[in-house]
Design a protein around this ligand. Sequence first.
Ligand code: ADP
Ligand code: MG
Length: 248
Amino acid sequence: MTRLVAERLSIRIGGRRIVDGVDLSADAGEFIGLIGPNGAGKSTLLRALAGLIRPASGRVLLNGAHVLELDPRELARRRSYLPQQRELAWSYSVEAVVALGRFAYGAPRRLEGADRAAVDRALAAVGLHGFKDRDAFTLSGGETARMHLARALAAEAPLLFADEPTSSLDIRHQIEIMHIMSEAAEAGGLVLAAIHDLALAARFCSRLIVVDRGRIVADGLPDGTLSAERLASVFAVEEDGRSYRLSP
Ligand code: ADP
Ligand code: MG
């Protein structure tokens, strides 16, 4: 069973406190949406939880083990991470990009056995099974986003961190991606994803964590967490009938 715990986690960059005293614990089966305005610290928090940056203070425990003390390959087997910036340095086939997700099992020179099966499952999950041999540079924005999610899924790690996995996708593909993550959680995984679309987050996530200026300001079931007052204070917008307007 996966259990992720952050204790008094703070991160400083260039003298500024970007993440400020975050405490949280999360368990297998949860699909947690991390929401908050641009610059709130969501990406930095995800990176720290994933063991990619060293906090100024506090710690992150994955099944009781300090994430920064895990061997990189062991860490890669336990969690996968989909970054917000997803750039390819050079031309690869779609299948080769997704196969990078198998790093934890020893980067395969030839895709065989369990590696091939995992890559095929990941491609099918995002609806890209027909795209294996395509040059990744020729994909549309939405296909590219789905390919990168497939790379993260190919690791078949019990814990998935995804930083804005639905950005730049049309509504249909956003829903598909939310479905995939929600199924991963229902199958016993733990998913933490930064998501901008509040309606989608409320509909699919089992829990929402609202981040504002590096702190967790709300954490709970979607219904109670996205109150009008909270929207107003965190995003500086007010509900106006069926729409929103900017707070003065
Ligand atoms: P979010 O993902 O919520 O938009 P980020 O975690 O990316 O927020 O960034 C939070 C704040 O930290 C922003 O003000 C950003 O400019 C700053 N920040 C993040 N990473 C760095 C960095 N490596 N150097 C300088 N500032 C950074
Ligand atoms: Mg971000």
